[in-house]
Design a binder for this molecule. Sequence first.
Ligand code: ADP
Ligand code: MG
Length: 242
Amino acid sequence: MTNIVEFHNVRKSYGALEVLKGVSLSVPKGSVVALIGRSGSGKSTALRCVNGLESIQGGELNVCGRKLHEAGVKLRELRKDVGIVFQSYNLFPHKTVEENITLSPRLTRGLSKAQAREVAQRVLAQVGLSEKAASYPEQLSGGQQQRVAIARSLAMEPELMLFDEVTSALDPELTGEVLKTIEALAKGGMTMILVTHEMAFAKRVANQIVFMHQGVVWETGDGRMLDAPQTPELRNFIGNGL
Ligand code: ADP
Ligand code: MG
């Protein structure tokens, strides 16, 4: 099976602070990997390394056929293949939903206006917001805005999607619709890595769960590992919630 992402003993420091201390993990094409762990365990840093927002200091990191541990990787090319969605959705407030979505594809993929509109319609349908193309962000709920942010990423036709706690800023009643959108993408075969605190969701959707602790992969397995943790650290993390 092809791996879209491979970490081999990856090390990453911010100055003197080593945050990733030899992380190894693989993401096969079409699979969903959920990263869980305490705040500060290095989950966001790991994701940011995958799309080149952070450089690594040791080990090897292969993403979509590129060797990020070697010099000369074209980050702009990499980021066409790797979409990332954060907790804050950062839509342009003075642009419509459709304009927010078509901006990047027009600039970086050279699509005509008509082609970009077609793409926008398709990705809005994927996130269940076809009727909102002409709306402005402030006219949407937080959950809908986050789904637009996901659609905006999909419009680049990425090979891999990264989600970093995309529901953490949302009211609980809006979380479900965003998770449903992500679950539908997963069912459609999208390869993804997601950082989440939603354990039931991770268990249901992820093929592999990775518990990060103190900058390494402490424990990994399928959803069953959440019912039968092998280490006191994972047991403690699950038991105490977050
Ligand atoms: P998580 O997402 O699991 O909460 P992070 O990857 O955000 O963890 O952070 C891991 C550690 O790295 C934390 O101690 C955090 O303070 C530190 N850190 C994260 N980003 C930076 C940065 N840009 N500069 C310095 N330290 C950082
Ligand atoms: Mg984080």
